[in-house]
Ligand binder design. Structure first.
Ligand SMILES: [Zn+2]
Length: 325
């Protein structure tokens, strides 16, 4: 039987998303289950196995037709051994033998990578990256993650830390980061980073601003509120957005000067601010980028939203030569 289907799994701290795709990357079926992190996350892998087996039965899809399973996961993935460690939001305290278990439970080959790398591959293959071989991806959420694809392949580096764009220093001596360094992009362009900037700007500002009033009154400020107020013309909120765009433009230019990608794709919750943010990032990018990359590299918004992880996971399986012995 010809192998013509891919399974993509996007493992997250609250839900596990699944998709069955054609080899060309059309999603044919998708579903999701809650992530059960109880008992040190010991139910997660068995739940994934059961869900895949159940749905293949349900759709009467013969396993011989499956090219493989790809999965994006939180934590650090040991690509060679197929293990995951440090996935604290899954409650995984010890290193997990994920590949061995899923392959034994499904009889299908599994290829994994971390969730940000999987999302990067998804956008590169089926989203804003237009299936071009050189694409950089930055995702702005509670943290800042990313993935770099060079010549069609994810960059992993020697310790799997390749593409950790969130920890690029954009402000030497700046805000303290969870990684121990000061001034990482994550501290300025994540949802919490935007709020941190808003609080500091509000303290130093003496003019009229709804954002300042909210901060001064101790009201809860979110990154969405900052962007919404900026769109309404709030002066201080616009100062904050300008600063966020400055850091993102600087980071995008630095990445591009090294990689010279066809696009830098910006995704994640904070990027919901859309073109309003993108235009300002682009302006800064143009200012900082080296001429030959400035002329060819486009700064773009991600297009796949929550499906990026499943597409990218399927892409991992598609590009893998892993077979079950
Ligand atoms: Zn950092």
């Amino acid at each position: 039987m010809a192998k013509d289907k891919l399974i993509g799994v996007d493992l997250g701290g609250t839900t596990i998303k699944f998709a069955i795709l054609t080899a060309e990357g059309e999603i044919q079926q998708k579903w999701s289950i809650r992530t059960n992190i109880l008992d040190e996350g010991s139910h997660i892998v068995p739940d994934i196995i059961d869900s895949i087996n159940h749905h293949l039965d349900l759709y009467q899809l013969d396993k011989d037709r499956i090219i493989g399973i790809g999965m994006g996961t939180p934590g650090t993935v040991d690509l060679e051994n197929g293990t995951v460690k440090g996935a604290f939001n899954l409650n995984w305290k010890e290193t997990q033998n994920v590949r061995e278990q899923i392959e034994a439970g499904t009889g299908l080959p599994l290829t994994m990578d971390n969730d940000a790398n999987a999302a990067a591959l998804g956008e590169q293959w089926r989203g804003a990256g237009n299936n071009q071989p050189d694409v950089a991806f930055i995702t702005l959420g509670t943290g800042v993650g990313g993935g770099l694809i060079n010549d069609g392949k994810l960059i992993h580096g020697v310790a799997g830390a390749g593409g950790e764009v969130g920890h690029m220093i954009v402000e030497p001596g700046g805000y303290l980061c969870t990684c121990g360094n000061y001034g990482c992009l994550e501290q300025y362009a994540s949802a919490t980073g935007v709020v941190h900037l808003a609080q500091d700007f509000a303290e130093a500002y003496v003019g009229n601003s709804k954002l300042k009033a909210m901060v001064d009154n101790g009201e809860e400020v979110t990154s969405k509120i900052v962007f919404d107020l900026a769109k309404e013309g709030d002066y201080l909120a616009n100062e904050v957005v300008d600063k966020v765009a400055y850091y993102l433009g600087l980071a995008s230019a630095n990445i591009s000067n090294i990689l010279n990608p066809s696009s830098v794709v910006i995704g994640g919750g904070v990027s919901a601010a859309g073109k309003f943010l993108l235009d300002r990032v682009e302006k800064n990018f143009k200012q900082f980028a080296f001429k030959s990359t400035r002329d060819v590299t486009e700064v773009k918004l991600a297009e796949l939203g929550n499906d990026a992880g499943a597409y990218g996971a399927a892409s991992l399986a598609r590009n893998s030569d892993r077979v079950i012995a």
